[in-house]
Design a protein around this ligand. Structure first.
Ligand code: NAD
Length: 265
């Protein structure tokens, strides 16, 4: 018996990285998982999960396209009978200084990272309300709500906005047995983290990854399987009294108060 048996989940941005890790985490505990992405690679990702013995399907959509999301959600509900879990994960980043950040860069972040999360929640919410059951897990970050690095004005703004959205929707949804929570990762080793390393130091991206690892108390980046385990917990009834929380999963990266100036270890 898996804790997510008989549950159906939709995961956005699931072709790779945290979305794929989340999809695998949900599938591992028995959920039937629909992996959604703008990239055709999502079909291979679902195939890989099926080859591991899990129930996985793929759908192509852009989280900026409300109509395409609606159609996919209706398709899933008519095929599976219900849609219980949304892992609202798809997100993008472009590192630029504030002066270099164009309106197009700003809107790209806002449209994918904020409106995309909004659009997907809007599509699944009426069905969850009708059934008085649902789990929505929004992908925020420690970047924005808690910490920042240079070049992240647009990205950080969007990830902080997701905190506000999560709390406000959680408050409305809780009386209907719908749990809305957010997860806030530090650095997780995904294609996005590798892209950030390349943008930061095109000559030696590995040095950037090593630099991040050495700055984290756990001395490594997180894995997408660790994201998957947290997502499975939040998608299960083990977390039924968690409402509007933001769970940090960062290997301790946001802990240092004086970066070693005080104390010894
Ligand atoms: N990797 C990290 O260190 C880290 C840390 C904190 C938060 N996050 C968040 O985790 C989420 C996933 O990040 P990742 O590191 O796995 O990124 P990634 O770039 O490795 O994967 C992102 C996936 O989202 C898909 N995607 C992008 N735009 C889309 C759109 N418009 N519609 C549908 N799919 C789209 C991409 O095709 C890709 O498959 C993001 O929201 C990111 O902000 C990542």
């Amino acid at each position: 018996m898996g804790k997510l048996d008989q549950r159906t989940a939709l995961v956005t941005g699931a072709a790779m990285g945290n979305g794929f890790g989340g999809a695998r985490g949900l599938a591992k505990h028995g959920a039937t998982v629909y992996l959604a992405d703008i990239s055709e690679k999502v079909h291979e990702a679902a195939k890989l999960l099926r080859s591991e013995g899990f129930a996985a399907e793929s759908v192509l959509f852009d989280v900026r396209d409300s109509k395409a999301i609606e159609d996919a959600v209706q398709h899933i509900i008519s095929k599976e009978g219900s849609l219980d879990i949304l892992f609202n994960n798809a997100g993008v980043v472009r590192l630029k200084t504030f002066l270099e950040m164009t309106d197009e860069d700003r809107d790209f972040h806002f449209n994918v990272n904020i409106k995309g999360i909004w659009n997907c929640a809007k599509a699944v919410y009426p069905h969850m309300l009708e059934r008085c059951y649902g789990k929505i897990i929004n992908m925020s970050s420690v970047t924005g709500p808690m910490v920042v690095d240079a070049g992240e004005t647009a990205y950080a703004t969007t990830k902080a906005a997701i905190w506000g959205f999560t709390k406000a929707l959680a408050y409305e949804a809780a009386p209907y047995n719908i749990n809305v929570n957010a997860i806030c990762p530090g650095y997780i080793l995904t294609p996005m983290a590798k892209q950030i390393a390349i943008e930061s130091n095109p000559q030696d991206p590995d040095a950037v990854i090593q630099g991040i690892a050495s700055a984290v108390p756990s001395k490594r980046l997180g894995t997408t399987d660790e994201i998957g385990d947290l997502v499975a917990f939040l998608a299960s009834d083990e977390s039924s009294y968690l409402v509007g929380t933001q769970i940090v999963i960062d290997g301790g990266s946001t802990l240092p108060e004086t970066f070693g100036a005080v104390g010894q270890y």
